[in-house]
Design a protein around this ligand. Sequence first.
Ligand code: 5AD
Ligand code: SF4
Length: 453
Amino acid sequence: MAVKYHLETFGCQMNKYDSERIESILTQSGMERAADPSQADVILLNTCSIRDKAEQKLFSRIGRLALNRKKNKNIIIALGGCMATLRKKEIFKRAPVVDIIFGPDALKRLPELIEKQRSDKGAKGRLLDVEFGDNGFGDGPEPGARQSKISAWVGIAKGCNNHCSYCVVPNTRGREVSRPPDFIIAEVKELASAGYREIILLGQNVNSYGKGLQPKTDFSAFLRLVDKVEGIERIRFMTSHPKDLTDRLIEVMASAKKVCPAIHLPVQAGSDRILRIMNRGYTSSDYIEKVNRLKKTVHGITISTDVMVGFPTETEADFQDTLKVMKEVGFDSIYLFNYSKRPGTRAAERGEEIPPEISSDRFNRALSLHREIISKKNQNLVGTVVDVLCEGAYNDRREAGGDGSLNVGWAGRTPGNHMVFFRSERDCAGGIVRLVVTGVAGYNLRGRIEDKG
Ligand code: 5AD
Ligand code: SF4
């Protein structure tokens, strides 16, 4: 009988993408997905380490999953992802139920590790495979057990060469390595023939893509290649580091047919002093200047960002600078974070943390400002016509005509990445549908199919 696995994913897009690769590697080796954890022979957790809370949650989740051992003592528990790499020793100590710890470059070896652990189970050796090795990608198109049939993530680089003083990623995912363009293009072509309409290129810092590759290339040149692949309608990418955003890239965004006018450009903070001790490599006016160039050159561009509040030594005046940048840019979407002290980072060594109640107060004020900005911006979109790539059906009671009954409709995204809900009698999944925006639904929009009359 096939070995059954259960996989849970925590954290960012990169982890979700890795999980798709894990699933495909496991199923290709003959394993099957279990209906639920209690049916599994192997339980895998793909972990996140970006904030302390994520780690605390993980230990309690491991504890719960370990209860399945009472029924089946042969269950294997494997931990991958950032926290597994970073805290391997502590995990083995604090969570003796964990059998395997695997790093981001060990995905291909997972079937082997699992098999070894299954046959050694009596001896109870624990396995660790967290060395950074090759680039973690295969020599060719990457298999992916993809969640969506419409939009596909494609990894183009892994790791990060920056040293933002708060961030564990350089320790958990290693140095930046770019995947050769030929492999990626082959994969995008395969995805196009499999019917995918949208590609999201993924890397910790896509803007520095190409460093170390022969022949030499860069992200803007590479984006032009992806733009030529027939059959793909939309291309997105994330994450862009502001310091590496070039004029050439802005021009490609403006002229390439399929590249969406949307960019995720984490600003983190508005105070130049804080940006300096974060080691971000730009000032707030550098950032604003690039944003203005993007707005001027790329028609209708939307800008999303990450903002961190409560960084060590942040004063009220520093925080006001962050609010100022938020007002000036008018972000279309924000991932807002409270600073979290991470072991092994320069910010953690520095100390000088600010009290949590001050940090959460700033968090709430930044959130209210963002809500205000978004509500105005979204209101301005009412009445406009948008082309939405329909991602599938959704069920939402709030969308029903006020009577609370369940209503089935469709959801899709505009080129600028706004989610729009709409109704249609026909199956819209995977199609591009022209809509008139009729209203605002929280951070999202509502629309109706445009009358052609
Ligand atoms: N504390 C809080 N937020 C963090 N991020 C990264 N490290 C930390 C940390 N130690 C946020 C940054 C980054 C996003 C992915 O996570 O804003 O852009
Ligand atoms: Fe972390 Fe900075 Fe690299 Fe982003 S760019 S992964 S925040 S070190």
